[in-house]
Design a protein around this ligand. Structure first.
Ligand SMILES: [Zn+2]
Length: 230
């Protein structure tokens, strides 16, 4: 995901803004709304703050969406120079067999699967974190520290209450993190803003513009203006 962070000293607010452009067979208004709600709610939940100079800034996520047909998305991607804009195809399967955001961290193009319970679990918020350049944490054992962080991957060790099966032994079958229990931590919000230069405030561009479209099963499409895209 690419995004922009707008630093406003007058309101003491840093607002992280992005527009998710959804396309593909399952890119419905209803689903798009649920996904964006999940991302905004989860990333705003820790009420993260950042001290810059003498000002304590509130960090607020403001993510919006649009759903476009294939020909509209093609003309938008060919002309896109805005860091706030991301292109995400939604289908029921792909060659990676999981929701992905391009091939590296911070790309503004992805292919997500409805089978990942987008908007009903924590997957959309987790993918959003990858999209903003956050990797999985190196720490894979979050026992005795509350809910696991949003960037924790499947297989993470957690307190029994946060396991698939609270009765399973830690690390055994059923004894790993059930993703629904992940929560965004303030430290993860601050990681998103790690590129911020206190000497040079204004607008921070986050991520990179790959402006890539994917076909139905998640293969990158070579873009040119004559393309008819399905
Ligand atoms: Zn992940």
């Amino acid at each position: 995901m690419s995004a922009v962070a707008i630093i406003n000293p007058e309101t003491s607010q840093i607002s992280i803004e992005a527009e998710l452009v959804f396309y593909g067979k399952y890119a419905t208004e209803d689903l798009a709304q649920k996904i964006v709600l999940e991302i905004n709610q989860m990333w705003n939940e820790p009420n993260a703050k950042l001290q810059l100079g003498s000002t304590l800034f509130d960090i607020v996520f403001d993510i919006k969406y649009t759903c476009l047909g294939n020909s509209e998305v093609l003309s938008k991607v060919l002309n896109n120079t805005e860091y706030a804009v991301n292109f995400i195809r939604i289908e029921d399967k792909n060659i990676a067999e999981r929701s992905m955001m391009g091939f590296g961290l911070g790309e503004n193009s992805g292919h997500w699967l409805i089978t990942d319970q987008l908007g009903e679990s924590t997957t959309a918020a987790h993918e959003f974190g990858h999209a903003l350049g956050l990797p999985h944490p190196e720490q894979l054992d979050y026992r005795f520290s509350g809910n696991p962080p949003i960037m924790a991957p499947r297989g993470t060790i957690v307190d029994a209450d946060f396991q698939w099966n609270p009765l399973a032994e830690a690390g055994a079958f059923g004894g790993t993190m059930r993703p629904i229990f992940r929560r965004v931590r303030s430290s993860e919000v601050l990681l998103v803003l790690r590129g911020l230069n206190p000497e040079n405030l204004g607008i921070l561009k986050i991520g990179k513009l790959t402006n890539q479209l994917f076909d139905e099963i998640g293969r990158p499409v070579a873009l040119n203006k004559d393309l008819t895209f399905e």
